[in-house]
Design a protein around this ligand. Structure first.
Ligand code: BDP
Length: 693
């Protein structure tokens, strides 16, 4: 302010000219083109750097410097729109801010106002810088700022399912971002851009490799490659983890066993941990998928998951590392309901895991379906640290092509009451939140611009699970497409309705896992010939001439008994079960009367039709903003919505054709017949669908 005033006095005419241009130019630009600058999506929600650097005065903390502080200053210089006061970064020992939190406030003094970003540690200053930029870029008034913010959970992690050959399991955005071949010699500048995007939403941990891990990731050359990435990520507050194959002592160490109780196995892991920490002093630890879908694990030796996890935890403990042990287990040798198996195996181990073990539980009891009830383990292991695992990549929600904003899905689980303690939600039981990344080497990172919103909302909710998904959608829209109110008005409802649309056209009323085999692309509710019973969609829907749905009440698998009594009591009766989960918990006759007055069959059809109609509505809304969004992003999204409309109709038609072959009921009046007969849908083959290992 002071500098500007002096300038005006010294150069009277120029000053006027500058002020005139400053006032008129933005107006002119607005009139000239509602169409935003062409974007290939690379800059994500962070926006292109301002063409002329903003003239903000940024003051680094007196007497301290670090690479992280330098990044915070650089971020403010690059991205903060002009604010009418200097911005000062201050390190202050305020316990209210925690280790990663920050405060934003205005300090007034004789000389005027200063915008203060305060934090206890430099990473808090970087988070504060990103928060300030977000606040101003989304239209917030910097003058009224007075907030403190700290993350709800300490570990906010992305799990990459990236193989070392560059393939990404369930990845739909191209090859792996990590070029393992040229690492560590060539460090792609893109790695820093990736880290910056993560830091901007508070993600602070990255698992580099697939949970279906190759032991080779733990060899010296790959440790050196991981160390090069860790060096890039460190200033952004991000720690690197590796998925560890449980049988690595055999494969790499030549030991005859991987039994966790064998002293030479434990010694092998201790040495391996020491070796990793020599290269990556802040290594986060191991993520382990054990005894699940063919992966080796302690159960191979009659040892428990706790035995396996604790042995690794002992190896990491001297270095401050953590074991993230996945609870996603099910076995074909176990004839009980697959939805019950993780709880059955893990809940009895509560209290037996070491302090530096976190048990990572998928959001629902089956497998990342478009809708699942919350997993019964949340709240049921009070003496164990838990993580919730979400899938950001859309294996079951239309790959990269369907527009499905996952904020409502994430928030639904995080806000779900556990019933174990008054007021306890899933979010309040967590020590960590993990998301299976949707990121690859595509120029736009995630295969579509709208998939970027899922990366974004994952980070924002991991930081603060109480945020409303709609508010996060709005801030993402403004940062991604600009502040055009017409865009906000059209795109917000598109995003907010999109996940429910996918539920409607793939599996309404609590149906789940009806996907085609292997690649999970498209419908396959009729599949009944796979080796393991619980791989077959018919296992999940149990439809026949008289009804449909999985009875998980006391008369069936009694999975409901794994929930706290208050919740189990509600789920015990169809009348008190939320309609969205009806057929997840109940097997009901096709003519079961629904609350709205119609039959179950009619309600099912109505929802399939609603899903298809919502996608058409999304297309119309997108068409309405054609001239307001740059051509590359508008066009790609438009093409993808056309694919989604076609595939939504396919899902609806194939599913209805199949249900009708079982129940022989007519469609309700006004509902169109499927485009093809059932046989046609059954014959569709997609051997090259992406992401399939
Ligand atoms: C399933 C995926 C499979 C993963 C598995 C897991 O189909 O590719 O390996 O989850 O989470 O959803 O381990």
């Amino acid at each position: 302010m002071t500098a500007m005033r002096q300038g005006r006095h010294r150069h009277g005419i120029t000053g006027w000219a500058v002020r005139f241009c400053a006032a008129v130019l933005p107006l002119l630009l607005l009139l000239l083109g509602p169409v935003a600058r062409a974007s290939d999506g690379y800059s994500l929600w962070l926006g292109e750097p301002a063409p002329t650097p903003a003239a903000n005065r940024i003051e680094a903390p007196a007497g301290s410097s670090s690479p992280t502080i330098a990044l915070a200053v650089a971020e403010l210089r690059r991205s903060l729109p002009r604010v009418p006061m200097p911005v000062r970064l201050v390190l202050a020992d305020d316990p209210a801010l925690g280790d990663e939190g920050f405060g934003l406030r205005i300090a007034r003094s004789g000389k005027g106002q200063t915008l203060l970003i305060t934090a206890r540690r430099d990473i808090g200053l970087l988070y504060g810088a990103f928060a300030l930029v977000r606040h101003v870029r989304t239209g917030g008034d910097p003058g009224g700022l007075a907030l403190t913010s700290r993350p709800a959970v300490p570990l906010r992690m992305l799990n990459h399912w990236d193989n070392i050959d560059g393939f990404v399991e369930r990845g739909y955005a191209g090859r792996s971002l990590w070029d393992w071949w040229t690492l560590p010699d060539f460090v792609d500048p893109r790695y820093a851009d990736y880290a910056r995007a993560n830091a901007s939403v508070g993600i602070n941990a990255i698992v580099l490799n697939n949970v279906n891990a190759s032991a080779e990731s733990l060899t010296a050359p790959y440790i050196a490659k991981a160390a090069a990435l860790a060096d890039v990520f460190r200033p952004y507050g991000i720690r690197v983890f590796l998925s560890a194959r449980f049988s690595a002592p055999q494969e790499l160490g030549g030991l005859p066993t991987a039994d966790p109780r064998n002293p030479s196995v434990a010694a092998w892991w201790r040495e391996k941990a020491d070796e990793i920490y020599r290269s990556i002093p802040d290594f986060g630890g191991f993520l382990v998928k054990a005894n699940s879908e063919g992966q080796p694990g302690p159960r191979d030796y009659g040892a428990s998951h706790a035995d396996g996890a604790n042995m690794l935890a002992t190896a990491l403990a001297p270095h401050g590392g953590t074991v993230i042990w996945r609870a996603f287990v099910y076995a074909d040798t176990d004839p009980t309901d697959r939805a019950k198996q993780a709880y059955a195996e893990f809940q009895p181990l509560d209290g037996r895991f070491a302090d530096n073990v976190i048990v990572q539980v998928k959001n629902g009891p089956i497998d990342f379906q478009p809708r699942e009830p919350a997993h019964p383990l949340f709240g049921a292991m009070p003496a164990t640290r838990l993580a919730a695992e979400f899938q950001i990549t859309k294996e079951y929600l239309g790959f990269a092509t369907h527009l499905a904003y996952l904020g409502p899905l994430f928030a639904e689980t995080l806000a779900a009451p556990t019933g174990h303690r008054p007021g306890q939600t899933v979010a309040s039981t967590l020590s960590a939140i993990a998301g299976v990344a949707n990121i690859g080497r595509d120029r736009d990172w995630t295969g579509s611009v709208f998939n970027q919103a899922n990366w974004y909302v994952f980070g924002r909710l991991a930081w603060d699970p109480a945020l409303a998904p709609e508010a996060v959608a709005r801030e993402w829209i403004v940062q991604t497409f600009g502040a055009d109110p017409a865009v906000l008005a059209a795109v917000t409802p598109m995003m907010m309705q999109s996940r429910e649309a996918v539920v409607d056209y793939t599996g309404p009323l609590g149906l789940a896992h009806l996907f085609a085999t292997g690649h999970h692309y498209g419908p396959g509710p009729w599949v009944d010939d796979l080796a393991r019973p619980e791989w077959n969609p018919v296992y999940y829907h149990r439809a026949g001439p008289s009804g449909i749905g999985f009875d998980r009440t006391a008369s069936g698998s009694n999975a409901i008994a794994q929930y706290a009594p208050t919740i189990a009591a509600r789920l015990a009766r169809p009348e008190t079960t939320p309609p969205e989960l009806l057929l997840w918990f109940h097997h009901l006759p096709w003519d079961f009367p629904m609350p709205g007055g119609g039959t179950l069959w009619h309600e099912l059809v109505r929802r399939y039709d609603r899903g298809v109609a919502t996608v058409h509505a999304m297309r119309r809304r997108w068409a309405s903003v054609r001239r307001r969004i740059d051509e590359p992003r508008w066009h790609k999204t438009d093409s993808f919505l056309a694919i989604q409309a076609r595939e939504a109709a396919w899902w609806r038609d194939a599913s209805l054709a199949y249900w009708m072959s079982l129940n022989h009921l007519p469609l309700p009046p006004g509902s169109a017949a499927p485009a093809h007969d059932l046989e046609w849908y059954r014959q569709q083959r997609f051997p090259h669908a992406p992401g399939n290992p």
